[in-house]
Ligand binder design. Structure first.
Ligand SMILES: C[S@@+](CC[C@H](N)C(=O)[O-])C[C@H]1O[C@@H](n2cnc3c(N)ncnc32)[C@H](O)[C@@H]1O
Length: 216
């Protein structure tokens, strides 16, 4: 299995890649809602919750359409977290994935929506407990780090062993760790040197643990 990591603007890197050169793009772009700084309580629950423990300044704006056009050009399929924030930049998708976080905090969102261009007419619902900042099961190094089990579930269910998966907004590298653990090749791009270094380390550590190669 191969891992290729790039530090830089994913638009520039993606533009160097040929059409349909990856089996899947699985990614979690900035939503443009300031999640690196904190978030407001929902429905009058409490004060806005500030995030100070993560390095950041990356969620002030969402990527523009050029980024999504590149994602769609490169991937046989694409799965994009936060699809509700990008609906005006993406084609109609008939197959969405709903991740129910089963979380218990009244101020946090209950679900996340993953837009896909998979040719199915259905909505898939997956559950995985993820109690925001309170979750203790996995170490947290990024404000919007995704659970490894969710990423592995997507990879196992939407790609094949030996496929190449691209994550152009790699963050702390969760998609890359999931690829290593499920036998997929991985290409990751991250613009922030701090997160790039975290991703590089997490993926390297995963590669040093071949016994973890397993289906999700
Ligand atoms: C929502 S976070 C991804 C978090 C990731 N899912 C994880 O588990 O850690 C989005 C990431 O995209 C990065 N980013 C923003 N604009 C970018 C760009 N133009 N090219 C590459 N990376 C970018 C940000 O620095 C941030 O780390």
């Amino acid at each position: 299995m191969t891992v290729e990591l790039h530090l830089g603007d994913c638009l520039e890197v993606m533009r160097t890649m040929p059409d349909k050169s990856v089996g899947a793009v699985i990614t979690d772009p900035p939503y443009g809602i300031g999640r690196d700084k904190g978030f407001e309580g929902f429905g009058g629950f409490g004060k806005p919750i500030a995030r100070t423990q993560y390095h950041g300044d990356w969620d002030g704006a969402r990527p523009d359409k050029r980024y999504f056009d590149e994602v769609l050009r490169l991937g046989e399929i694409a799965l994009i977290f936060g699809g509700n924030y990008f609906a005006d930049l993406l084609p109609v998708g008939n197959h969405w994935v709903v991740w129910d976080k089963k979380q218990t905090m009244p101020a946090f969102g209950d679900c996340e929506l993953v837009w896909t261009n998979v040719k199915r007419n259905s909505v898939k619902w997956i559950t995985r407990e993820w109690n925001g900042l309170l979750g203790k099961e996995e170490s947290r190094e990024h404000a919007t780090q995704k659970p490894l089990k969710i990423m592995k579930w997507l990879i196992v269910n939407y790609t094949h062993e030996g496929d190449t998966v691209l994550d152009p907004f790699m963050g702390s590298g969760t998609t890359g760790v999931a690829c290593v653990q499920t036998g997929r090749n991985f290409i990751g791009i991250e613009i922030d040197p701090t997160y790039y270094a975290i991703a590089e380390r997490r993926i390297r550590e995963a590669q040093m643990q071949p016994s973890l190669l397993e289906a999700a």
